[in-house]
Design a protein around this ligand. Structure first.
Ligand SMILES: O=C(O)CCC(=O)C(=O)O
Ligand SMILES: [Fe+2]
Length: 325
C-alpha cells in the first residue's frame, strides 16, 4: 500500500480537541455548563460527557445483553427480524452502506435497531426471544438515554437563549419520531476481507446522538474546520455525544454535524467491538424552521424549503440503504 492510500496518513493525534464536559456542573451553574457545550457543538460537533447520571452498572448490564444477543443468537434467527419499513430490527453484516460514494461493499458490522417501548413491549417491531425476555430492561435503558438527551437539549436551549424546554417539547418520547436505539457489533475480520473501514464516513441524521463505547476504540471524527481525522478514544465513564444533521440544519449550520467513521487497525482487527448508540430525533411533524435565537441568523436571501423532521429523516435513510451488498 502506498502512503497515499493509507487512510491513517491524515490522522491528527496530537491535539485533544474533543472536549470532556462535566455534566454535574449543569445543576450548579447551568449557564456556564451550557456555554461549554455550545462551544463544543459549534467548533467540534462532538464532546464527551462525564457525570452524566447513567450508572456504570446499568451500562455494563446493557453491554452484557448486547454481547449475549450477538454471539448466542443464530444468524437464521436474526434474519427473521431483518429491518422493517420503519428501519427497526436487525441490520446484517454488509447491509448498511454509510458512505455510498466511496464504498463498494457495505460496512462489516451488524446492528439491531429498537424503536420505542410501552409497558415492556416494543411499539413498532417484533423482537427475537432473547431480546423479548430482556425488553423491560431495554425499555428502561432506552428511556434513561432519552431522558439524558432531554437534559442536553435543555442545555442547548439555555446556551441559545431560548426557553429551556424549547427543544425538549419537540422531542417527546410518546410522540412519533425517528428515535432509534441501536446496538452494534463489529466482528473480527480476516485479512482476506481486506477492509479496515468498518463503518463508512457519515454524519448522523438526528438532533443528537449518545454513543457508549466499550474497551475497544476505532471511532474517528473529521474535525469540521481542519478536516483532520481524530481518534475519539474510549474514555471510561463518559458518553460520547454528537450533533446530527437535523440539528445542523435547524441551527442554520451553527452546530456542526461532524463526519465520523469506525476504522480498525491491525491490533483490533481480530477483536469483537461492541457499541451502543441512541439517536435522538425531533418529532416527525416538527417544522425545521430556523430556531428563534439571536445566535442563529436566518439568511433572508437563502431559499430554504419548508421541511419537517420526518421528511428530513426519510431523505437520509433512503440514501443509506439504496445500495446493498
Ligand atoms: O460504533 C460506533 O462507534 C459508531 C457507530 C455510528 O457512528 C453509527 O451507527 O452511526
Ligand atoms: Fe454515526
Amino acid at each position: 500500500m502506498t502512503s497515499n492510500n493509507n487512510i491513517n496518513d491524515d490522522i491528527d493525534n496530537e491535539i485533544p480537541v474533543i472536549p470532556v464536559i462535566d455534566f454535574s456542573n449543569f445543576e450548579i451553574n447551568p449557564i456556564q455548563c451550557s456555554n461549554e457545550i455550545k462551544h463544543a457543538c459549534e467548533f467540534v460537533g462532538f464532546f464527551y460527557l462525564k457525570n452524566h447520571g447513567i450508572s456504570d452498572n446499568f451500562i455494563n448490564e446493557m453491554f452484557t445483553i448486547v454481547i449475549y444477543f450477538f454471539i448466542e443468537t443464530s444468524r437464521q434467527e436474526k434474519l427473521k427480524y431483518i429491518m422493517n419499513d420503519d428501519y427497526f430490527g436487525y441490520v446484517d453484516l454488509k447491509q448498511e452502506v454509510l458512505d455510498p460514494p466511496h464504498q463498494k461493499v457495505g460496512d462489516y458490522k451488524e446492528c439491531f435497531n429498537f424503536g420505542k417501548f410501552q409497558n415492556g413491549n416494543p411499539i413498532a417491531q417484533e423482537l427475537p426471544n432473547y431480546l423479548k425476555e430482556k425488553s423491560t430492561f431495554i425499555e428502561s435503558f432506552e428511556k434513561a438515554c432519552h431522558e439524558l438527551c432531554m437534559k442536553i437539549l435543555q442545555s442547548f436551549a439555555i446556551s441559545l437563549n431560548i426557553k429551556d424546554d424549547w427543544f425538549s417539547n419537540r422531542h417527546r418520547y410518546e410522540m412519533k419520531s425517528g428515535d432509534n436505539f441501536r446496538i452494534l457489533h463489529y466482528p473480527p475480520i480476516t485479512i482476506e476481507d481486506g477492509n479496515n473501514i468498518r463503518a463508512g464516513s457519515h454524519t448522523d441524521y438526528g438532533s443528537l446522538t449518545l454513543l457508549f463505547q466499550k474497551d475497544i476504540g476505532g471511532l474517528e471524527i473529521q474535525h469540521p474546520f481542519t478536516k483532520k481525522w481524530l481518534q475519539a478514544s474510549v474514555i471510561p465513564n463518559t458518553i460520547l455525544i454528537n450533533i446530527g444533521d437535523l440539528m445542523e440544519f435547524w441551527t442554520m449550520g451553527l452546530f456542526k454535524s461532524t463526519k465520523h467513521r469506525v476504522v480498525f487497525n491491525n491490533e483490533n482487527m481480530n477483536l469483537h467491538r461492541y457499541s451502543i448508540a441512541y439517536f435522538c430525533h425531533a418529532e416527525r411533524d416538527v417544522d425545521l424552521d430556523p430556531i428563534p435565537s439571536d445566535f442563529i441568523k436566518a439568511k433572508e436571501d437563502e431559499l430554504r424549503r419548508r421541511i419537517t423532521a420526518g421528511e428530513h429523516l426519510r431523505f437520509r435513510q433512503e440514501n443509506t440503504y439504496k445500495q446493498t451488498y
